[in-house]
Design a protein around this ligand. Structure first.
Ligand code: FMN
Length: 183
């Protein structure tokens, strides 16, 4: 059985490193993982007053999260935290009360930054929010990719060492998912 992985790319920039990394992860993933991007850029900001006439993008996003066996977040760090759009997406799919779409889903967080710390603080902020919505984030191996610009061969692929590292991470992730989703 193929496992459906909902992919959340934490940057809306066209030339985003997070997006390039996410595409590379899709190529490196074991055959049993099928990744599908879950777009969140069109979600109105969460406001409980909108629930009675639920915005269509909220309904779509909630259904996509529910249909995913697992989640993969690839994010940059923004001001020692996560991009606001990603937080909004988490909030939207955690409501209305009693219908939290994230509950019990296994997740992997990959952070990157052009700086040396690899988005460590952003990764921790995301893991904290995911714990609050009862998502089971893989604890190890941790993935913080610092100086991301140097990890690509110019405009080309990831450098071989990083590819090898990520292949190992993805193998662990597949094992992690199968703890929650029987095959
Ligand atoms: C609003 C904003 C805040 C940022 N804050 C941080 C930060 O706190 N720590 C850090 O290492 N990088 C920070 N950065 C840099 C980004 O994390 C870095 O450029 C990242 O590679 C961008 O990812 P992207 O190419 O996927 O958009 C920030 C960038 C932006 C736009």
């Amino acid at each position: 059985m193929t496992l459906k992985v909902g992919l959340i790319i934490g940057s809306l920039r066209k030339a985003s490193y997070s997006r390039r990394l996410a595409l590379a992860l899709g190529e490196l993933a074991p055959a049993g993982l099928a990744m599908k991007e879950l777009a969140y850029g069109d979600l109105p900001l969460y406001n409980g007053d909108l629930e009675p006439e639920t915005p269509q993008p909220w309904l779509r996003f909630r259904a996509e999260v529910l249909a995913s066996d697992a989640l993969l977040f690839v994010i940059p760090e923004y001001n020692r935290s996560i991009p606001g759009g990603v937080k909004n997406a988490i909030d939207v799919a955690s409501k209305p009360t009693g219908r939290n779409c994230w509950a019990g889903k296994p997740a992997l967080v990959v952070s990157q930054s052009t700086g040396p710390l690899g988005g460590l603080a952003g990764s921790y902020a995301l893991k904290q929010a995911l714990a609050a919505v009862n998502c089971a984030t893989m604890p190890h191996p941790e993935v913080y990719l610092g100086r991301i610009a140097t990890l690509f061969d110019g405009d080309g692929p990831l450098v071989p060492d990083t590819r090898d590292f990520l292949r190992g991470v993805l193998a662990s992730y597949e094992t992690w998912i199968t703890r929650f989703v029987p095959r």
